[in-house]
Write a protein that binds this ligand. Structure first.
Ligand SMILES: [Zn+2]
Length: 109
């Protein structure tokens, strides 16, 4: 059981490493830290039945992303262009940043 903390943040580019969308790459739309679930653009699309509303007068079936557990995702490093583990680095001024464990590229600016 992986008990490490979720280090994925909104707008990160991630790759899906497990589940039906394995191999897909997308941008993080939302992170739910309480549920440990991450919403990734065009990943884990599900159809929902919608009631008619102001935006959608007919109701019917709408498609949208459903959250997936962050442990099924890996961050894409923009420098080595591959999925990577995230390590936390402490800068000289004490600020903590996320960095690629492969090439040491700092992910947070
Ligand atoms: Zn890297």
């Amino acid at each position: 059981m992986n008990t490490s903390k979720c280090r994925i943040k909104k707008d990160d580019k991630v790759k899906v490493i497990a589940g039906k969308d394995k191999g897909k790459i997308g941008k993080v739309l939302k992170v739910d830290r309480k549920k440990n679930r991450v919403l990734v653009e065009n990943v884990n699309m599900v159809k929902r039945h919608a009631r008619p509303s102001a935006q959608n007068r007919q109701g019917g079936i709408i498609e949208g992303e459903a959250g997936i557990h962050w442990s099924n995702l890996m961050l894409m490093c923009g420098k080595c262009l591959s999925p990577t583990r995230i390590k936390v680095q402490r800068l000289e001024d004490g600020k903590k940043v996320r960095a690629c464990s492969k090439c040491d590229e700092i992910i947070d600016s």
